[in-house]
Design a protein around this ligand. Structure first.
Ligand SMILES: O=C(O)CCC(=O)C(=O)O
Length: 263
């Protein structure tokens, strides 16, 4: 893990054109073996969902979400602060340095519902399109276990609508993806430690978890250094400003203590 992960010019071009890419072995087997129990325990400890799946709404059924574990657990911080991950993010974005936005563990339970089609950037008061998420399963998964699925090239259409993740975003963006004939792309399987990276504007979804195992996924979101904060455009962006960017304010550089440079 101390050596950089190699990215070829072909992979960079693929990412620029598709808005997403699958990379194998971004974390080594030994590294995943070491950190999987740490992240799982942190999710158990800090997770707050207690309702049975049947009683939750669409968002609640999609995954158990536990955020910014790096602030709560020193060992998870070691995982999130890996410069190897951040360097891949910077290389794919074509920028020199990236900052941490936040991390989230997204565990989709067996029987968990689909993740509606959405664009991440709707949530983020950041004045850049240079935002990227690393999505890494900590267990081997097949396509029926809630694989992340992308509308290839959809980032080039910009922000499509002002929609939070919901049944409505799912309906409208599924229609948009079909109208624009974006290829819908997902991996058949991913091994623990493989990762996908996608841009904040890439339209994406994930299926329900039809397998019998918990889909344990860890994500890390980065943005380009020197990015400024925008005036929040919705309640989610106001919450993000408070939660992930404090003490910085709209108009300022997003370079507060919660947003360190990681490469
Ligand atoms: O893991 C999922 O089901 C959805 C993840 C996602 O939308 C993201 O990481 O941006």
């Amino acid at each position: 893990m101390n050596v950089p992960y190699p990215i070829s010019d072909i992979q960079k071009a693929e990412f620029a054109s598709s808005g997403h890419i699958l990379l194998e072995g971004v974390a080594t087997n030994a590294f995943v073996r070491q950190y999987r129990p740490i992240i799982r325990d942190a999710c158990m400890h800090f997770g707050t969902e207690t309702r049975p799946i049947e009683e939750r709404d669409t968002y609640g059924k999609a995954f158990l979400q536990t955020t910014n574990l790096w602030q709560r657990d020193q060992k998870v911080r070691d995982f999130v602060f890996q410069s190897r991950f951040a360097e891949v993010a910077a290389t794919l974005l074509g920028v020199e340095k990236v900052r941490l936005y936040h991390d989230q563990a997204l565990f989709k339970e067996p029987g968990g519902g689909p993740t509606p089609w959405h664009q991440d950037q709707y949530y983020w008061p950041l004045d850049t399109d240079r935002t990227i998420t690393m999505w890494m399963p900590l267990v081997d998964i097949d396509s029926n276990a809630g694989m992340l699925t992308f509308a290839s090239g959809s980032h080039r259409g910009g922000a499509v609508d002002d929609l939070a993740i919901s049944d409505e975003s799912d309906r409208i963006l599924a229609g948009h993806v079909a109208d624009k004939r974006y290829p819908v792309v997902r991996a058949e399987r991913m091994a623990a430690g493989d990762a996908t990276f996608h841009l904040g504007l890439t339209i994406h979804t994930a299926g329900g978890n039809g397998s019998e195992i918990m889909r344990e996924v860890m994500t890390i979101i980065y943005f380009a250094d020197q990015t400024r904060i925008t005036e929040p455009r919705n309640s989610h962006q106001r919450a993000d400003l408070e939660t992930w960017l404090r003490p910085r304010m709209p108009g300022q550089l997003a370079d507060g203590e919660l947003n360190p440079v990681l490469n």
